[in-house]
Design a protein around this ligand. Structure first.
Ligand SMILES: C[S@@+](CC[C@H](N)C(=O)[O-])C[C@H]1O[C@@H](n2cnc3c(N)ncnc32)[C@H](O)[C@@H]1O
Length: 200
């Protein structure tokens, strides 16, 4: 069962933590965020938009198709004057062409099926020399402890073997979203000129 990102009850599902030091270290090893214009697509509650802003990005634009997520991200980042959030689809964000230096997509790709449209849009948004950084969900995402904001965690506490499937690399027989095959992603990225996409 997948979370309903549009439900008001879930609006804080992806807002209750901070980017971890190891994430920051990986990002810094890939790119210097200082002064960059970043589009955080599928931004959820803006956890990583906040991290990019705090790492010195010039501008961060978070985009999410859920109005509830956009509301939460806006609320949580109210004091970050270099951040803004808007509702939009990852496949057609509505942002201007060639307007960002970094397209960042975290824990989004497994919700999409049309990778060509996804990377086509990323390529359209990137200014010359820009980079796409695509990160799938991590085992830590999946294994968040059970709480009223993260009900799924209770299932995994009771049935830990399910975690192998949810965090896994192939199919998800229970109707959840499978992790996409890297070769398919790479092929779509290459076709749309973002072949230097990094996948931490
Ligand atoms: C698992 S959450 C990850 C949120 C955030 N990137 C993070 O890592 O904390 C996935 C997010 O992608 C958004 N999303 C899913 N499909 C989308 C689409 N087609 N266009 C834009 N946002 C989408 C959901 O609303 C949700 O906020």
């Amino acid at each position: 069962m997948n979370i309903d990102f549009h439900a008001a009850a879930n609006r804080y599902s992806y807002a209750g933590r901070e980017a971890q030091p190891d994430w920051i270290a990986v990002v810094r090893s890939l790119i210097d965020p200082a002064g960059k214009r970043v589009a955080d697509i599928g931004c959820g509650g803006g956890i990583y938009s906040a991290a990019w802003a705090d790492l010195g990005a010039a501008e961060v634009t978070g985009v999410d198709f859920s109005a509830e997520m956009v509301r939460t991200a806006t609320e949580k980042n109210r004091e970050r004057t270099n951040s803004a959030f808007k509702q939009g689809d990852a496949l057609a964000t509505g942002l201007p062409a060639a307007s960002v230096d970094i397209v960042f997509e975290r824990a989004l790709i497994h919700h999409l099926t049309d990778y060509d449209a996804c990377f086509g849009e990323a390529g359209r948004l990137l200014a010359g020399g820009g980079r796409a950084i695509i990160q799938d969900r991590t085992p830590e995402d999946v294994a968040l402890p059970g709480s009223p904001e993260h009900i799924r965690g209770y299932f995994f506490e009771c049935f830990p073997k399910l975690l192998e499937n949810r965090a896994g690399t192939t199919s998800d027989a229970r109707g959840g979203r499978a992790r996409p095959a890297p070769r398919r992603l790479r092929g779509a990225a290459d076709r749309h000129g973002v072949g230097n996409a990094q996948t931490p």
